[in-house]
Structure formats: C-alpha cells, structure tokens
Ligand binder design. Sequence first.
Ligand code: NDP
Length: 325
Amino acid sequence: MPGAIRFHEPGGPEVLRWEHVEVGEPGPGEVRVRHTAAGLNFIDTYHRSGLYPLPLPSGLGSEAAGRIEAVGVGVTVFAPGDRVCYVHRPPDSYTEARNLPASSVLHVPDAIDDETAAAMLLKGLTAWYLLRRSYPVQRGDSVLLYAAAGGVGQIAAQWANHLGARVIGVVSSDAKAEQARAAGCSEVLMADEPVAERVRALTDGEGVAAVYDSVGRDTFFASLDALRRHGTMVSFGNASGPVEPFALLELARRGSLYVTRPVLFDFIDTRAGLEAAAGELFDVVGSGIVRVGVNQRYALRDAARAHADLEARRTTGSSVLLPDA
Ligand code: NDP
C-alpha cells in the first residue's frame, strides 16, 4: 500500500503521521498518478493547523508531479507513463500515489523537470493571477511584494519584472534580500523597517500602484499606507494570521483604494481557464524568463520538518517533498 502523510487532529507539525493507505483503481474520469515529487506550500500549514478546516482524518498537499499509472473509463487525454503535474483540492498530494480527476491534471512540457513542475504550479499560477488578474501590472508601475524571497515571491518578482514593473520587495534577512534582488526586485526593504514610509520615499511621495501582501494581519495597514491614490491592495495570504475586520472608511481616507482578497481556485475554475493560465506559466518558465528555485528538498515522510522550516521562515524559494526512490 502507498505511504502517505495523514493527520487526525489539527495542530503543529507534530500531528503529521506517516501511514499506508489503500489507493484503488481510478474511477470514471479519474487517473492514478505515481508521484515523483510534491510541492510544499504555505497553505498546507493552514490546512494542518485548522485555519482552513478540513474533514478529518485528512491527507495534505495541493500540488505534485509524477507519472500516470492507470486511467479510468472515459479518460482519453492521458495514458500510463505520461509525465504530469497538477494542482487540486481536496488536498492529498503528500502521498506516493493517488487518484484524482483527469480535469485537474496537465502534461509537463519537456523543458521542465519533475521537481520544478511539482514546486511551481500552485505558486506560479498564484503569481499569474496576482499579476495578470487581481491587479494587472502595467509597464512602469511600482509595486510592493512581501515575502519576495519565498516560493510565490521569487516567481512573482521575476514575472513582474518581465512585465515591466518596478518591484519593491520586503524580506526578513540580508540573505533573503540578496535572493529577492536576484529575482528582479530593484529595491528590497526589511520587514522590521517602517515599510510605508520607505515606499513613499522611494516613489517621490506617491506610493505604489499595488501591494501584493501575503503576510496578512501584521502588515495590512502598512500596506494600505504604501498605496498611491486609487491603488490596489491584494491581500492573498495569512503568514502572520488572518486580517482583522476593518472599517471601509479606511480606504476612503487613504485615497479611494481598492482591496481584494483572492483565492487561486477561483481563477482556474474551468478547464479552459486552467489550460490558458498554465500555458502562460509554462511559457515563462520553459523559456527561462522565470526560474523556479527549488532550494529545499525533504523526504516525503519528513513533511513535519518541512512545515517547521517553512513556518519558522527558514526556507527560501520553493521546496519539494520526495517519495522514497
Ligand atoms: P513562502 O515561501 O513565501 O513562505 C512564507 C514567507 O512569508 C516566509 O518565508 C517569510 O518571508 C514570510 N513571513 C512573513 N511573516 C511571517 C510569519 N509571521 N510567519 C511565517 N512567515 C512569514 O510561502 P509560499 O510561497 O508557499 O506562500 C506565500 C504566501 O502566499 C502565503 O501567505 C500563502 O498563504 C499565500 N498564497 C495564497 C494563495 C491564494 O490563492 N490566496 C495561493 C498560494 C499562496 P520573510 O522571512 O522574508 O518575511
């Protein structure tokens, strides 16, 4: 029976257990994927902690790459042996193998290896919707990007730079600042600096066109303060905890601001939408415009250590979990 990470109650990394699970034949419209690598994402920690509750016991993990092992009735696009990747919910990619609907699965282009594919789909599609949909960056825009040396951050910084934006990154250490600069941030601020003040100084007092804020509670008002008139606050994560309720007048006071709180799955809710978004992502990664740095590798059964590192801000770029060879 395939090995899999399971948890039976919400909590810290210690609730993650290595178990063996029954994975039967794929049902109609499904495929069975034998994973070669699973991507680690901050959202996995929200599922584990109960911030985003799941029916328990549950698996974990929303993206992976691998080989098709079997296909169910009605599946014509995939065949055993095909190299694929996916982003899918409910989470269950921290496993050696699983069944899932073929409609969530994509062929991996030849130019992209398995670890990169496993690491990039959820984070890269997030960068795509942030920059192309939530606030579509225009050439010449200044934008502010938190966790700029992280998984989403490094992809978004490179992509925004390619789209012609000036990216001001925020990070928590000098080593991360170096990585954020290498990813295309023209200026990098430290998380403990007065970020809004520094942003105003860097933009002749005007503020930025958009803030892409994944930190949440701790940075929300500093992010609003960093925006130009009619600027857009894209609050897309809760690394420091969820944003508290606030008065709409705060937006009026700061210059008729826009706020959005997006979620990836709303931007890839049709097969055509998923294919179009993934096509753009595969193009920028396949052509080398965006480099997905897989900076940490863990054994799949060691997922608890990976979670501890991610939550303690010890990781940079992307991380993958690897089943035993
Ligand atoms: P990262 O690799 O970016 O890791 C999280 C980073 O957040 C840390 O390295 C750290 O960078 C920063 N951070 C700031 N404050 C804290 C804190 N209090 N505790 C821990 N980390 C903190 O993770 P991902 O790339 O997987 O995800 C980035 C963010 O994007 C997450 O918040 C995630 O929830 C969000 N996300 C949202 C999606 C959506 O559709 N809404 C989809 C995908 C991701 P530093 O030390 O430099 O500050």
